[in-house]
Design a protein around this ligand. Structure first.
Ligand code: GLC
Length: 461
């Protein structure tokens, strides 16, 4: 054998080792169909009053029974909290098609996201005060939609008790408290602004409402960004925990909190050993299992753990561990995006990421393998997102439904929407057509629109 032949042989062996390590992440349609069907069972458990308490997919009531009809008028504020940036919006509606939005964005430091809740709410109130003064709104009758992108137990539109923190938040003194109350207390402590009414909602709910303003057929929303979640319009007769009496609307938005799908073991058939390691190392082990398999906060970590296995097996990077690759959460979804955005055969982005990860001279083969790993992990994410959406498309059962989507993974990750759409088409019943619409700023805009739906000034006769 020539030296060249030996090298080729070595490459083939490395490739097959990498493929073997990735194999558990590549599953057939029968598995996605199973995820779709198991998710339906979980939804039913969440909606049923006897199983709701123990259900992992909580199906939380939102009390949003009415979607905007386009005739809303006035100025409405929104506060959108759920990630490292939080936003304040001012929406001006003229009762017709015109909608004007002013936005301001503020950064939440790690200490605000993990320190005492009081500091977080004081900061939100301070930014709101700055915003109101800047836009000279002190004398207006202000109504506000408050998007809080975490699981909330609601008993009314203006009450939301935080069930648990998810994603990177862990402020003390907030879980089991009504966040509307906590926010009002912070506003009162300042004593320089006044808000008439506040309604509270999840970011998926906001996305659905916002998309419904543009497309009347919207009945489902998906967020796939740092975290993931879905919501949909359910018939109130199936929402056993809701007792709306004779005046109840026929439908209400249900916040599935689908990120927690699988925390009762129902996704064990598709979890890989790497998914188990990631969960064990996380701050909320055992929770948000589906979110940990598909959302932006965790995909980079899955790739890092696969890479480590490939290195340990001697199939990549000459078996050498860099300090960076050994550091949990050091690989970001942004890096994966850049790698997959590069043209095949052009490794410059991949090389840059390797450099960030502490490798100066990766081989062409290492680059090819890393790209392959990213593709496997992001494709599983898109397919799993499609599986639960298929459940909802089938559940809604309309001949045509619009799905509002927001979140950086969907908006920024190369080819993610195409992959998701393709799998959804395969998994939803063929008689139910659907269309996915990006609803940028959906969560904030939806919050202001909800406030508008509830508090809109009546047209003068
Ligand atoms: C997490 C939150 C959920 C939110 C989602 C997307 O899963 O628990 O409420 O909708 O992230 O931001």
């Amino acid at each position: 054998m020539t030296e060249e032949d030996t090298k080729d042989k070595g490459s083939q062996v490395n490739r097959s080792v990498v493929e073997d390590i990735c194999k558990p992440f590549i599953v057939g349609d029968e598995v996605y169909r199973q995820i779709r069907d198991v998710f339906l069972n979980e939804i039913k458990k969440g909606l049923c009053k006897y199983t709701h308490e123990s259900a992992s997919v909580k199906c939380l009531l939102t009390f949003v029974e009415k979607l905007p009809n386009g005739c809303e008028r006035g100025k409405f504020l929104a506060l959108d909290v759920g990630g490292t940036n939080f936003r304040i919006l001012l929406l001006n509606l003229d009762g017709g098609e015109n909608l004007k939005i002013e936005t301001a964005s503020y950064e939440l430091t790690e200490s605000l996201m993990t320190g005492p809740g009081r500091d977080l709410f004081d900061f939100l109130a301070e930014c709101l005060s700055t915003f109101i003064h800047k836009h000279d709104l002190q004398k207006e009758e202000l109504n506000l939609g408050f998007t809080f992108a975490f699981p909330l137990k609601q008993t009314e539109l203006n009450k939301g008790v935080l069930v648990t923190w998810t994603k990177a938040f862990s402020c003390s003194g907030v879980v089991n408290h009504d966040v509307v109350d906590l926010f009002k207390e912070a506003i009162n402590r300042r004593d320089d602004i006044h808000i008439n009414n506040i309604v509270i909602l999840n970011d998926t709910t906001g996305t659905l409402i916002s998309c419904a303003w543009d497309y009347r057929e919207t009945k489902i929303a998906l967020i796939i960004g740092t975290g993931t979640n879905t919501c949909y319009l359910e018939k109130t007769k199936y929402i056993e925990l809701f007792n709306g009496g004779v005046n109840a609307s026929p439908t209400m938005i249900i916040n599935c909190e689908s990120g927690n799908f699988g925390s009762d073991g129902s996704l064990d058939f598709v979890r890989t050993p790497i998914d188990l390691i990631l969960d064990n190392n996380s701050v909320n082990a055992g929770q948000q299992i589906y979110e940990k398999m598909i959302s932006g906060m965790y995909l980079g970590e899955i790739v890092r753990l696969i890479l480590l296995e490939c290195i340990n097996a001697g199939a990549m990077l000459n078996g050498v561990h860099s300090e960076e690759i050994s550091t949990p959460m050091s690989l970001d979804i942004k890096h994966m995006s850049e790698i997959e955005a590069g043209e095949p055969g052009n490794d410059s982005a991949t090389r840059q990421i390797f450099e960030i990860m502490g490798y100066k001279r990766p081989s062409d083969e290492d680059c090819e393998h890393l790209r392959y790993i990213c593709n496997v992990v992001s494709t599983r994410s898109a397919n799993m997102a499609a599986a639960t959406l298929a459940t909802l498309v089938n559940r809604v059962g309309d001949p045509f439904v619009v799905i509002g989507v927001d979140g950086t993974v969907y908006r920024m990750y190369p080819n993610y929407p195409e992959r998701l759409r393709k799998k959804l088409k395969e998994l939803a019943r063929p008689e139910y057509q659907f269309c996915l619409k990006v609803t940028e700023d959906g969560s904030g805009r939806g919050a202001a629109l909800l406030a508008a739906t509830v508090f809109s000034k009546k047209r003068s006769p």
